[in-house]
Design a protein around this ligand. Structure first.
Ligand SMILES: [Zn+2]
Ligand SMILES: [Zn+2]
Length: 434
């Protein structure tokens, strides 16, 4: 079965023909002409869909419980070399989970650009990565020195002119988008957006409180990240929701991290020692992550999760039910929010909260591609698009958990995971299910 990423019924007994890194045909197998010399990836009895897009990930973290001890550990175990090993590990975990594109929203500049370019050159196995480099923030002196801000390389600014100057510097260095982080006001957003427009890149804002969301919306920020996911305020006013919907401004709720991941872990702490998870970690990093999670209910990261859980359903439903443009992103890599499961967990939460499976899959593929400005080349399975295709067991429209079982991953026409082709190889590949 083929899900194209559009809001249309699936195509049954379908085939997809890939040439190089591009999809050239997709449709019912009877209508797709497969060249005699094609490499065939047999997807019989399975579902094909576009490669998933993660619109909010962090390669420099991978589930460790505490930023202060995490970055200290990295610094005492090789520093930037270890950081690169961490990013390589995260990248592989994402790709094996069917994430073929990741939008990275916060990491030191040189390391972000390095991992992105190394993946592009084929030196590292991972999704296509688009990076913000460090985020731009406006913080009090105390907050400016905290472990998260320092570890992620966050930039502290104090005026709109300074924010613009930093955005300019990042754009000139070649980042793919800008992340506007905490503490910024309307004038800061406006200044950052003006720079981004000139460079034709998007701005993602990290916003929770109503006034912050309002400021980012009115200043023209392209994507409202986190909105609706935290207990910093009761659910938003109907006026704010209406204005977001009417503006068609994309929202990425990042609902599952903390508010669902915490109670889900309480219900099944065994998930932290999942052998499938362990397989995708180097032993030293795995040991450090496990050590950090020994007493996970006491972690400072989850200090306000009780309150977030009170609002979690209203926070996400108000966007689902109002017809907002919703992308799908997870804050992947944050404590206990492992890259290998973050996106299917987020999608499942959206479905549990009332989104149809088809809309949720479209959000994680076609809509995500559009909101990051890559709608022309990514997000759907149709001729002309880059060949990012995943194959899952079962029917995700019947049971969305099928997305947790990604059997085959094709990125850019190359098979990275799957029984049919053991080694990554490029060329003409046809995916056929009868
Ligand atoms: Zn954020
Ligand atoms: Zn984040």
């Amino acid at each position: 079965m083929l899900l194209t990423g559009y809001d249309v019924p699936p195509i049954h007994h379908a085939a997809v023909l890939v040439e190089g890194n591009t999809i050239v045909q997709a449709g019912p197998a009877a209508e797709v002409k497969i060249p005699a010399d094609a490499t065939v990836v047999d997807t019989s009895g399975r579902t094909m869909l576009p490669g998933l897009i993660e619109t909010h990930g962090h390669l420099i973290v991978l589930g460790h419980g505490n930023y202060a001890t995490w970055f200290t550990w990295i610094n005492s175990h090789g520093g930037r070399q270890m950081l690169m090993k961490v990013m390589e590990t995260s990248a592989k975990q994402l790709l094996m989970a069917g994430v073929t594109t990741e939008v990275d929203l916060g990491a030191p500049l040189a390391d972000s650009l390095a991992i992105r370019d190394r993946i592009r050159k084929g030196e590292v196995v991972g999704p296509r990565v688009f990076v913000s480099g460090p985020w731009i923030a406006h913080l009090s002196a105390a907050a400016a020195g905290d472990a998260m801000q320092v570890g992620f390389g966050g930039i502290n600014t104090s005026t709109p002119a300074e924010a613009a100057q930093q955005a300019e510097r990042l754009a000139a260095a070649g980042v793919d988008h800008i992340k506007a982080h905490a503490g910024l006001g309307f004038e800061d957003y406006k200044a950052i957006v003006a720079v981004a427009r000139r460079h034709q890149i998007k701005v993602h804002a990290h916003v929770y409180a109503e006034q912050d969301v309002r400021n980012a919306l009115e200043a023209g920020v392209d994507v409202l990240q986190h909105a609706g996911s935290a207990g910093t305020a009761p659910p938003y006013t109907p006026e704010l929701i209406r204005d977001i919907v009417n503006a068609g401004r994309p929202v990425v709720v990042t609902a599952a991290h903390r508010s669902w991941v915490y109670p889900d872990t309480a219900a099944f702490p065994e998930r932290l020692q999942d052998p499938e998870l362990k397989k995708l970690f180097p032993a030293d990093i795995y040991a450090e992550v496990q050590d950090s999670l020994k007493n996970w209910p006491a972690l400072p990261y989850f200090q306000r999760t009780d309150r977030e859980m009170l609002f979690r359903e209203r926070g996400i439903k108000q966007f689902i039910e109002s017809g907002a443009v919703m992308g799908m992103g997870t804050d992947s890599g944050t404590p206990m929010n492992f890259h290998s499961e973050a996106l299917w967990r987020e999608i499942k939460v959206h479905v549990d909260m009332g989104m149809t499976p088809q809309r949720a899959i479209a959000a994680a593929t076609r809509v995500n591609a559009q909101i990051i400005g890559k709608g022309r080349e990514l997000g759907t399975i149709e001729p002309g698009k880059l060949a990012d295709i995943i194959v899952v067991k079962g029917n995700p429209l019947f049971d969305i958990m099928a997305l947790s079982n990604v059997e085959t991953v094709v990125k850019d026409g190359t098979v990275y995971k799957g029984a049919a082709v053991s080694e990554p190889r490029t060329g003409t590949a046809a995916s056929r299910g009868q």
